[in-house]
Every structure is written in structure tokens, then in C-alpha cells.
Design a protein around this ligand. Sequence first.
Ligand SMILES: Cc1ncc(COP(=O)(O)O)c(C=O)c1O
Length: 446
Amino acid sequence: MSASPAKSDVNLPDLSAFWMPFTANRQFKSAPRLLVSAKGMYYTSHDGRRILDGTAGLWCVNAGHCRDEIVAAVQAQAAEMDFAPTFQMGHPKAFEAATKIAKHTPGDLKHIFFTNSGSEAVDTALKIALAYHRARGEGQRTRLIGRERGYHGVGFGGISVGGIAPNRKAFSGQLLPSVDHLPHTLNLRETAFSKGQPAWGAHLADELERLVTLHDASTIAAVIVEPVAGSTGVLIPPQGYLQRLREICDRHGILLIFDEVITGWGRLGAPFAANYFGVTPDLLTMAKGTNNAAAPLGAVAASRRVHDTIVDGAPAGIELFHGYTYSAHPVAVAAACATIDLYEREGLFERAAQMAPLFEEAIHKLRGERHVIDVRNLGLVGGVELQSREGAPGARAYEVFVRCYQKGVLTRYTGDILAFSPPLIVDEAQLGEIFSTVAQVLKEVE
Ligand SMILES: Cc1ncc(COP(=O)(O)O)c(C=O)c1O
């Protein structure tokens, strides 16, 4: 399908007041790209073009856009009860949504704490880790270990354990103390063009032993990693790496947190990456696909041990002094209930698993195209790394992103890496269109 021609008589709103997040505001406002409606696999742009969504919005619209059942649930909930507090009060949909989520979370991660975003879920998980050790009499375990290139949102906790340099730089004077980082796992010399999990790199998990020796286990509360690092440009964990992290954490009484804000809800063809890899963390964060991004929602799933230690171990009264006005907002959790029902009814995680080999084949066709120095993939997520232009890192991928958009395909870029994460309803023809458009654009850009 080729993109229809742009409408010339477009009325844009005044763009000056909205200070856009993670956006080059001046560049964007000089050549804006607005999306005005969405259905299934497609957006419609402000200039009237159909845009094939290669990124599920922002890694979040896993069931496809504006699904009737989710729209109806949001509308019904907004009309029935707009808001109810969950501090010392409750409403049925909050409990129902937690139960539905807990049906899919792995192991005994069956206690669900609601937040409004992935960033809040991360900061919540870090706080729960500290509270857990304190409740069991090891309050000196306060150190948090993240990983280079990790993205854990934008709260102070998240950017402290995160490892994306520009996200930390301006705030570097006030990051959390007592944080250390594992090395990231990307090494193009060893793993370029790997299909699925690279065979090389499990030994990088042993760096955790080095940090334990350096700091002493008795000071370390938790390790947090994305099972597949998404925002930094899709880094696939080496075979055996996550298993080894789990073993080392167990050996030293350190909690393992999986940040599944991207990998959760079917992205790898299983409910969570933890299910996919067969590694169960102690805490698991989610957001995005939890309710198909129909309203802001995040959550932390905690193991029985973590939950019971904090809740049963506390004196009478509030056990955890933490929460948000909008924790389990009725509209957000109503959307989650409808979304999870839809995932189950349509078997979308199984569908993602079935489509994964086709996705792999389609994305790896880009090997050999100009500028491409790596292609990597797992499930329905993939990254294509381009050679950076001399002295202008990120410029080439940005140009590819803009040109793909002009040709009717939404991609995402970070640095010089293009990222792909289509809704799980994507079909073979649409996969072909996404990657043939990228191939064409790669021939055009310098
Ligand atoms: C792994 C991970 N953690 C946390 C976040 C932050 O989520 P949010 O933007 O909803 O705060 C993201 C967002 O992309 C993410 O990918």
C-alpha cells in the first residue's frame, strides 16, 4: 500500500504552548508530524495520510488501535464512575484488574501495586525492595544495581539505576547515592546479525559477582534490568545471561527486578519476558500494554515473599507508605480488564509467537542494505543499527525515521538505531511493507 498524497489545506493548532517530551521541540515545530486518529494497525496523520504503525505507538498498543471492546469499557467506566480513591477505599474494577493481571504474571508474583506509568512502577519497585529488606531487619541493604544503557523511566530512581547518559547528565548532581551499574551486553564484534539470543555474552552477568565483592552483599538491595533492553536500541540478552543473574542474586539475598514495561504483555510471544526466558524475578514492573495504552497505567507485581514480609511484618496500620491518587484509576483499570480479556480471547501472545519467525525473516532482509551494521530481534521486537555519520550521531537514523513516516510507516529511532515493535495483530503483508519501506529509504539516504 502506498501512502496517499498529503492534503494541502491543513489547519494546524498553535504549537507553541506544548513543551514536548523527549522531542527536539524547535525541529519538530518547524516541520510537525501530528497523528489525528487510529484504528487497528494504522494511524491517520494530520495531512490525511494512512500511517502503518511499526512501533505500537510507543511500544504500547499491543492489541492494535481503538479496539471496540476497550473503547466500550473506557466509555462505560467514565460514565458509571469517573473516580474513586484507593487510599482506605476501593472499587471493584481495581481488584478485578489485579486478579486478571495476576493470572498472567509468572511464579508467585501475584500481588499487584498500581501506578500511572512505567517510571512510577520502577520507582515503586525500588522502594518496595528497600522496604522489604528493612522489614526483615536488613535495613542497611540500600544499594541498587542497574545496567549501562538501561532505561527505567525518568523518575530520580529510574534515571539513577538507568544507564542512558543523556537522560542523567543534566541531573547528575542529584542522582540517588549508592547505585552501581552492570555492563551492557552489546558487542557487535561478537554478536552482529544474531538471530534471537546471541550465543556470546552470558559471562557478563558475572560482573554482578564483582560488584558484590566490591560493595559486599549486605549493602545491596536489588538488581534491576530490562530482560530485553528496549529504549536504548533493542539489546537482546545473551543465552544464559538472565539465568546467571538470577543465580547470583539468590546466592547473595539480592532481589531481582525485571522492568517489563516493554517486554510485558506479549511482546516476546509469552505474557512476560520472565515466562519466555523461564527466569522469575522477585519484582516485575509493567505499564504500556497492560491496558493497551488506553489510559495511563503502570503496575508492580511482587512475589509472595516480598509482599508478605512487608505486609505481615508491619505493625497494625498502613504497611507501605506509598501510592498515587490515581493508583488503579477506574478508567485505566477498566481498560486493563478489557485488554486482558481481548489478549486471551484472541490468543494474541500465541499469535506473536507464531509471527516471530516471519518478523525475524523480514527484519534480517535489511542485512546488506547501505549503512546497516547490525540487525537484532526477538519475538516481535527488533533493532537495526546504522553506521553513524561522521560527527553527527543520530542524524542518519532520524532522516530514515522521517522519510519512512513520509512514505507511510511509523518507525522509532534512538541514536542511530531503528526500533520496531508492531502491534501483535500485525500480518505478514504489513511486516513486508514496514521493512521494504525501510530498505527503500536506506537506499535513498546518505
Ligand atoms: C523498560 C522501561 N521502563 C520504564 C519506562 C518508563 O515508562 P513511562 O514512560 O510510562 O514512565 C519505559 C518507557 O519506555 C521503559 O521502556
